[in-house]
Design a protein around this ligand. Sequence first.
Ligand SMILES: Nc1nc2c(ncn2[C@@H]2O[C@H](COP(=O)(O)OP(=O)(O)OP(=O)(O)O)[C@@H](O)[C@H]2O)c(=O)[nH]1
Ligand SMILES: [Mg+2]
Length: 256
Amino acid sequence: MAETGRKGLDPNDNILSSMKEDEQLIAIIVGIIVILITLGIFVLWRKKKHSRRSVLLMGLCDSGKTLIFSRILENMYVMTHTSMKENVGEFVSKKGSLKVVDIPGHERIRNKFFDQHKTSARGIIYVIDSVTIQKELRDVAEFLYNLLTDPMVNSHCVPLAIVCNKQDQTIAKGSTVIRNLLEKEMNMLRVTKSNQLQSTVEASNNNTFLGKQGKDFNFDHLYPIKVEFFESTALNKNPDNPPDVDSITSWLHKVA
Ligand SMILES: Nc1nc2c(ncn2[C@@H]2O[C@H](COP(=O)(O)OP(=O)(O)OP(=O)(O)O)[C@@H](O)[C@H]2O)c(=O)[nH]1
Ligand SMILES: [Mg+2]
C-alpha cells in the first residue's frame, strides 16, 4: 500500500523551521529592546533638557541686571539698589517658560548664587555697562572668563548673550567696540590664567583652554558654546533713547 500524507516530511525540516522561528523571535525581542532603549534615552534627554530651564542674568555691580529683569518680565521701571540676593521670575514663551534669575553682581556673593543656579542654566545673559567698560575692562573680562571656563557651562555648552547696556548714554560704547575690547583682554587673560594654573595643583585637573591654540582669542572660536552680542537700554529717562530690551526678549524666545 502506498504511503500517503507524511511522505517527504523529514524530521530535519522540523528542526530547521523551529530554528528559523527561534531566530525570528530573537530578532523581534532584540528589536523591541533597541526601541525601548532609544525611547528611554529620548525621555531622559527631554527630562534633562527640561530640568535646565533657568536663564541667569549675570554681570558686574551696577551694569543694569535688575532693571533689565523688571523690563523683560514686567515691562516696567523700578528704582534699584545693589542686590544682595537673587530675583526670580517667569518668562513665558510659545515654546515654554523659563525661570529668569537675576544674580547679584557683588564680588563676595555672586559665586554662591551662581553655584546654586548653574546646574539648571539653559542660558546666561551677561550684562555690561557700556559707559564704564573701558575702566572696568579687566574685571568684566575676568568674570566672563571664569564663567566660560566653568565646567558646568563648558560641558553643557550653555549659550551666552552678552548685553551691552546703557546705550541711551552718549558716551556708551557700541557692541562691536566692546566685543573687540573684550577679545583683546581675553587674549591676555588666557596667557595669565594658564601661567597661573601651571604653578598650581589645579593645572592637572583644569586644562580648559578658551578658543583655538595659536590663534588670537575670538568669541566665534568657542563654538559649540554660542556667544552673541546685543545692545540694550533699560532706562526711560532720555526721550531720544527710549527703553529697548527687544534683543534680549528675542534671544529668550530663541533659547526657550
Ligand atoms: N542710563 C541708564 N541707566 C541704567 C540702565 N540700566 C540700568 N541703569 C541704572 O544703573 C543703575 C544700576 O542698575 P541695577 O539694575 O540696579 O544694576 P545691577 O546690575 O542689578 O547691580 P547689582 O544688583 O549691584 O549687581 C541703576 O541706577 C539703574 O537705574 C540703562 O540702560 N541706562
Ligand atoms: Mg541688582
